[in-house]
Unconditional design. Structure first.
Length: 334
């Protein structure tokens, strides 16, 4: 429910043109999402963690989604003649198929696919409650926003499609124990971010969206490399197996460092902070969503999720020093 409800609501709401009908549909969907997230809390607290392994067909669906997004991002780079996006996507088109079809055995599985513990529930509550409030706020805001821009035809269906889809992708991201699933949801948030930032279709908005896209694609490349090193050095793509036993060996620190880099790009940490500043050109609900319950928090969550594995290692020192550096730079700029 927490993953598929927002995804289904986003798709079902796309053809709705009437404001009153769209508002009612989204209000009901967001209310159900909030209720589902609250009901999940006592279950997890009672069981310590909930593990799920959906049918194998979902692996294939997400694999198709991965290649569809990779093709679309490459298309965006070509259309806008953005060399950096083209290069990053070319790297992905080399590494990801190589890893998926040459390195991984055909019968390779990660169990459980989804693992919901107290940390994941906290993130889910933030995503589902705060995110839903932002979506509800956007219902009236976007009507006034379009009136201010004097648009001849509404673009709200597309806007709310990506806004609501964001919430489902984020819940999937925080529940994922399988790194391949995490990568899929990670890329969906990048897609939503790109379209939400460029929503007004001004030159400034398009430029900011392209900057957000290439910076997050840097993190995607780092994530693929991290998965390759994790499988080669540890023989697993399970986050729990990577960090569940505590501090890992030096060989596993390499993929963990790459995953931390992935988190830094999504969290808009130095030197990737400019994409979040550029996102301010988007309508106000987009900025609120990016800061409060989605993109930025996803990076923080990933670094925190991996922390038990690299605690007390040189990587932990590097992350701490980097965090102190970012804090000082932010303070000086402020």
């Amino acid at each position: 429910v927490l993953i598929l409800l927002p995804v289904g609501a986003a798709i079902a709401g796309l053809p709705i043109k009437r404001d009153t009908l769209r508002k009612s549909f989204i209000l009901v969907s967001m209310l159900l999402l909030v209720i589902a997230s609250i009901l999940l809390l006592p279950q997890v607290l009672a069981q310590a963690a909930i593990s799920l392994s959906p049918a194998k067909v979902w692996d294939n669906i997400l694999l198709v989604l991965d290649f569809t997004l990779m093709a679309y991002f490459l298309y965006v780079g070509i259309v806008h003649r953005h060399l950096l996006i083209i290069v990053l996507m070319a790297i992905q088109w080399i590494l990801f198929p190589l890893f998926k079809f040459s390195w991984l055995p055909k019968d390779f599985e990660v169990t459980p696919t989804l693992l919901i513990d107290p940390l994941a529930v906290i993130m889910c509550l933030v995503i589902s409650i705060v995110g839903s409030l932002i979506v509800v706020y956007a219902l009236d805001y976007m009507r006034e926003h379009e009136a201010h821009l004097r648009l001849t035809s509404t673009r709200q269906p597309v806007f709310f499609f990506f806004l609501v889809l964001f919430l489902g992708a984020m819940n999937g991201l925080v529940f994922a124990n399988n790194l391949l699933w995490l990568f899929s949801f990670w890329e969906v948030t990048t897609l939503c971010c790109y379209h939400l930032i460029r929503h007004d279709l001004t030159d400034e908005a398009r430029g900011a969206a392209l900057r957000a896209l290439w910076m997050n694609l840097v993190g995607a490349v780092a994530c693929i490399l991290g998965m390759m090193f994790a499988f080669r050095n540890a023989g697993t793509l399970s986050i729990h197996d990577l960090v569940g036993s505590g501090v890992v060996g030096p060989a596993v620190l390499v993929p963990l460092a790459l995953f931390c880099l992935t988190g830094f790009t999504k969290a808009a940490q130095v030197p990737f902070q400019s994409w979040l500043l550029g996102a301010m050109v988007a309508p106000t609900p987009v900025s609120a969503l990016l800061h409060s319950s989605t993109m930025v928090k996803a990076g923080v969550y990933l670094v925190l999720r991996l922390a038990p594995g690299y605690a007390g290692t040189p990587l932990a020192v590097a992350v701490a020093v980097f965090g102190a550096f970012v804090f000082m730079v932010t303070a000086l700029l402020a």
